[in-house]
Design a protein around this ligand. Structure first.
Ligand code: MN
Length: 162
């Protein structure tokens, strides 16, 4: 089971200093039903997460100022944000970042450059994983559905790449 339908739009906070990547995330995931808020630094993103905790955070590792791993630890240390699953965005060439991201408490990572064909599916799976990990009754997932990604994703191809 890899396709789901949301009763409510899941809120996704993208903390990424690369504007093109943020735009790509918005362009791909908005049509898939996500509500996306953006921050271009960890400092701004952490404040946003404290004010309005999202359902999932996509966190770039290489950021100006605080990096993504430091930010993840700060989020974990605050009761308002400790439960929020964080997925790291790692650069393909920086292999050690993936291990460090998991060590810092990220539930997983997505490697850049981002694959627009699989991104939504990956986020769905991470939301499921986050739900299992945190046992959150309020994570807003509904029943599986066949129709969510038909227009935006070749699912067979996506599965082969996951
Ligand atoms: Mn960056």
């Amino acid at each position: 089971m890899t396709q789901r339908e949301f009763l409510f739009s899941p809120r996704l906070l993208v903390i990424e200093d690369n504007e093109m990547n943020r735009e790509l995330v918005v362009d791909v995931l908005t049509p898939a039903g996500f509500l996306i808020v953006e921050a271009d630094s960890a400092e701004v993103g952490i404040e946003m997460a404290f004010d309005h905790p999202p359902d999932l955070i996509l966190m770039d590792i290489a950021l100006p100022g605080l990096d993504g791993l430091e930010a993840r630890i700060l989020l974990k240390a605050n009761t308002k944000t400790a439960h929020i699953p964080v997925v790291a965005l790692t650069a393909h060439a920086m292999h050690g970042d993936e291990v460090r991201a998991l060590g810092a408490g990220c539930i997983g990572f997505i490697t850049k450059p981002l694959d627009t064909r699989t991104l939504a599916q990956q986020i769905f799976l991470f939301l499921e994983k986050g739900e299992d990990a945190e046992k959150r009754p309020d994570l807003r997932l509904a029943k599986p559905s066949e129709n969510v990604f038909r227009s935006s994703l070749n699912t067979e191809d996506a599965r082969s790449k996951l």
